[in-house]
Design a protein around this ligand. Structure first.
Ligand code: SF4
Length: 113
């Protein structure tokens, strides 16, 4: 699924969007409520897209899921967004292409990396 604002677009792989656990994690992670959960799974709240602060928490939330599936994750003390998932020092493997992509439309669609 993809939704475009004026300055920011967000794209989420379908398998991510259908996973209720990761959908809830994305909804909790985003500080400006770009993600929400509903009966159909993950929803992108289009009216909030341009509030994105480029924090990467959504990308890291998905990376943590991938790592858990690979049995090599170190969960943060809170089990959600510990710093271990942000700085790469925990050995978390990340997808070449994250399951969530944040695109800067004001910068020719450059991906938030
Ligand atoms: S980078 Fe992701 S989590 Fe951060 S504000 Fe933008 S959409 Fe939300």
């Amino acid at each position: 699924m993809r939704s475009d604002g004026m300055f920011i677009a967000v794209e989420v792989d379908d398998d991510i969007a259908r996973d209720p656990t990761i959908a809830a994690r994305l909804a909790e992670a985003c500080p400006v409520d770009i993600f929400a959960t509903g009966e159909g799974g993950l929803q992108i709240v289009a009216e909030n897209l341009d509030e994105c602060v480029l924090c990467r928490l959504c990308i890291d939330a998905v990376a943590r899921r991938d790592a858990v599936e690979g049995q090599n994750a170190v969960e943060g003390k809170d089990g959600v967004y510990g710093q271990d998932g942000v700085d790469g020092r925990d050995g978390v493997e990340r997808r070449e292409t994250p399951g969530v992509r944040v695109m800067k439309l004001y910068d020719a669609g450059a991906l938030l990396a």
